[in-house]
Design a protein. Structure first.
Length: 378
């Protein structure tokens, strides 16, 4: 029987391909973005105690009320924004589900959605499933947004623009002028909404992350997506949250209730307690030390390391090593040298290749040292 695919161009993700190859060749996996060091014992102790309590049934659809209150407090403490936890917060099964649900709720057939390349691969598929059109707009070569190009890409059909700040895969963060330019674009398109993917919001370094939460012009037109998985090194828990004004959140919740209904109850209860004792403000310092150590280890390598302002990813040029395309180079990096990375071209719709790859430095020191030794021998 023939089935017409709704996503005919979607194949196995590059993250799955590289992680699978890393396992097959016993390579050090710096490709997929997950930490390999232990979770905070305070959190695992909370989880162990909760396992014996009555927290194993469905939570309310929008989330575990104590956690929703904690999220509102976290947003206020971080950004001085007051939100209503009952009306403007939704706990999701990871940030990806928050992104997917938001797009399905707010984008209709025939709409256009602007995606800034290089981009996370989960943005385009839900747009296509809405029978809408993804409009891919490349960032500048230094990964700053070209707002003139973005504005020209907007039309009467443009419903949504997706921003990712701090940015995966490049590690760039948006500056004040970027928000001024975004405000200018929005002023010309009153029906245009913004989806702000801020899953690495607490992982920035020399410069502080500027959140959409802090911009008054965005508060009534923006959906913010965040991730406890990224912030607390618990990516396998798949738990995040979405914040939006009530009139948008009503629509997002309609999709959420039929997609997952409610998120893992024990995880929600554990994080709600953990938020009382953890200091998210220390995350940037923790990962900056990781970044600096990884950069120091690669100082004498032939890789050229690009600026990393946030996230736990380091982009590197291998132009001094090879002129092969980045996918081929990454595969050989695994098979010949025992280290896995991600080719940057796979984040572009046109597969733009600049001989750049992405390493994840959210690893323990032994892993980073072992990987760097191999990389410095190339």
């Amino acid at each position: 029987m023939y089935i017409m695919s709704k996503l005919p161009n979607v194949t196995t993700s590059i993250f799955t391909v590289m992680s699978k190859m890393a396992a097959e060749y016993n390579a050090i996996n710096l490709s997929q973005g997950f930490p390999n060091f232990p979770v905070d014992e305070r959190l695992t102790d909370i989880l162990a105690n909760l396992a014996k309590e009555n927290v194993h049934q469905y939570t309310p659809m929008a989330g575990y009320p104590p956690l929703m209150n904690q999220i509102a407090k976290l947003v206020f403490d971080s950004y001085k924004r007051t939100i209503n936890p009952d009306l403007e917060v939704l706990v999701t099964a990871g940030a990806t589900q928050g992104i997917f649900t938001t797009i399905l709720a707010l984008v209709k057939s025939g709409d256009e959605v602007i995606i800034l390349d290089p981009s996370y691969d989960s943005y385009e598929s839900p747009v296509l499933l809405c029978n809408a059109k993804p409009v891919r707009v490349a960032l500048n070569d230094d990964y700053t947004p070209n707002w003139d190009t973005i504005e020209k890409a907007c039309s009467s059909k443009t419903r949504l623009i997706i921003i990712n700040n701090p940015h995966n895969p490049t590690g760039k963060i948006l500056k004040e002028d970027d928000f001024l330019q975004l405000e200018r674009v929005l002023s010309k398109h009153p029906d245009l909404l913004v989806l702000s993917d801020e899953v690495y919001e607490y992982i920035t370094f020399e410069e502080k992350h500027i959140s959409a939460h802090t911009k008054d012009f965005l508060l009534d037109r923006c959906v913010m997506v965040s991730s406890f998985g990224k912030s607390f090194h618990i990516t396998g828990w798949k738990i995040g949250y979405t914040i939006a004004p009530e009139y948008l959140m009503k629509e997002i919740k309609k999709v959420h209730q039929f997609l997952v209904f409610s998120v893992n109850s024990v995880s929600q209860a554990a994080i709600s307690q953990y938020l009382d004792i953890v200091n998210v403000g220390l995350l940037g310092k923790f990962y900056q030390e990781k970044r600096d150590y990884f950069q120091k280890l690669l100082k004498n390598s032939r890789f050229e390391l690009k600026p990393c302002e946030g996230t736990y990813f380091q982009v590197a040029s291998y132009a001094a090593i090879s002129d092969e395309d980045d996918v081929t180079f990454c595969k050989k990096l695994i098979t010949d040298h025992g280290v896995a990375a991600i080719p940057i071209s796979t984040f572009y719709s046109d597969h733009k290749d600049q001989n750049l790859i992405r390493f994840c430095f959210a690893k323990d020191d032994i892993t980073l040292e072992s990987a760097a030794k191999k990389l410095c021998n190339i």
